[in-house]
Design a binder for this molecule. Structure first.
Ligand code: 3PG
Length: 372
């Protein structure tokens, strides 16, 4: 249950004749002009439908970093759910004043305007003029201090969307988990994830550090990591290294030129590139999973985008088969779960990547604070 002071979209009584400006995250994968993963879009539909039922017209706004950078392709995709018009230019609010009850429009990519990222007063005013109320249904971009996230709520009565609330509630469970609790973190960027490891070492019973993140630990242990990815910088990880809750890969898959082999981390040589965790590591993780009542996972354990997906996929399958409450998120993590067709085996799959990490590390986000 949301306990902070956010107003909730389901509590609005009558919106007849009102314009609901809804921040969604339609930053979705697109290929050859077609949406190829609609997870984020689908998750925003209940809020859109709710607003339409309440008599509002719905003005959708989103950023889009994908191919071509125009949201026209998403507007096309949305038509399978309801009639929707695409608004390439929304510098004047005139179009919004003629919308009918239940009508839906999608505005062009917010980030085509410099004012969006700069949270400029002028652009905020421009956006706020499009609606009578504002709904944030984009938890996954709520770590950004952008006009459409933190600016507009200052000018319009603002509400949390249904999916936004569910992200908030489910991710908050990680702060008071049913124990034993396994926290598994992969990917790279030790600098952004270091504080998360520090935080979860006190909240979790086991903290598995995989992917390129583990390489920083190996280096600290004095092992060679060859030419493997790692984060530069002076991280104070001595305390973490000696913490018994920290679990590192037992074996790693390494690439040396054309050859790929499995080694113990201490056997890696200067020519090697660590590209994945090995089988022994996955077996160990399965044992931790068996003991756990909650598992929280973000980030792949190998160079996922380069095709080294094995340990990530095996871990996803192991979670799907376990009885632990499972909360997962992050681009490659979701891609893994999705490619295996096991989405529904997880208790909660977050639509967020960076926002999930920021929320877990700070307990709030600029977009949440703005709604309060
Ligand atoms: C994401 O894909 O994680 C969100 O859409 C946020 O995108 P951004 O990192 O470009 O702000």
């Amino acid at each position: 249950m949301i306990s902070v002071g956010m107003k909730l979209v389901q509590d609005i009584t009558n919106l007849s004749g009102k314009r609901a400006l809804v921040r969604v995250d339609f930053n979705v994968p697109v290929s050859a002009g077609k949406v190829i993963d609609d997870f984020r879009i689908k998750e925003s539909l209940p809020t859109i439908e709710l607003l339409r039922k309440k008599g509002a017209s719905v003005i959708l706004i989103s950023h889009f970093e994908g191919g071509g950078k125009t949201l026209a392709v998403v507007a096309e995709y949305l038509k399978k759910y309801f009639p929707v018009s695409f608004i390439p230019n929304y510098s004047s609010p005139d179009f919004s004043k003629n919308l009918q009850e239940g009508e839906v429009v999608l505005c062009e990519n917010l980030r085509q305007n410099l004012g969006e990222k700069e949270n400029s007063e002028e652009f905020v005013k421009n956006l706020a003029a499009l609606g009578d109320i504002f709904v944030n249904e984009a938890f996954s971009v709520s770590h950004r201090e952008h006009s459409s996230v933190v600016g507009v709520p200052k000018l319009l009565p603002s509400y949390a969307g249904l999916r936004f609330q569910s992200e908030y509630e489910n991710l908050s469970d990680a702060f008071h988990p049913v124990q034993p609790f396994l926290f598994a973190l992969g990917g790279a960027k030790f600098d952004t994830k270091f504080s998360l490891i520090e935080k979860f070492v006190s909240l979790a019973d086991f903290v598995f550090v995989g992917g390129a993140l583990a390489n920083n630990f190996f280096l600290k242990k004095g092992y060679s990591i060859g030419k493997s990815l790692h984060s530069e910088g002076n991280f104070n990880i001595d305390n973490l290294l000696s913490n018994r809750k920290i679990v590192l890969p037992l074996d790693v898959v390494v690439q040396d030129g054309e050859s790929v082999s499995v080694k113990k981390p201490e056997e890696v040589t200067n020519g090697d590139i660590i590209v994945d965790c090995g089988k022994e590591t996955v077996e160990m993780l399965k044992q931790y999973l068996k003991q756990s009542k909650t598992v929280l996972w973000n980030g792949p354990f190998g160079a996922y985008e380069k095709g080294f997906k094995k340990s990530t996929n095996l871990f996803a399958e192991a979670i799907a088969q376990s009885s632990a409450r499972s909360i997962v998120g992050g681009g490659d993590t979701i891609a893994s779960v999705s490619s295996l067709g096991i989405f529904d085996k997880f208790s909660f799959v977050s639509t967020a990547g960076g926002a999930m990490l920021d929320f877990l590390s700070k307990g709030t986000l600029p977009g949440i604070d703005a709604l309060n």
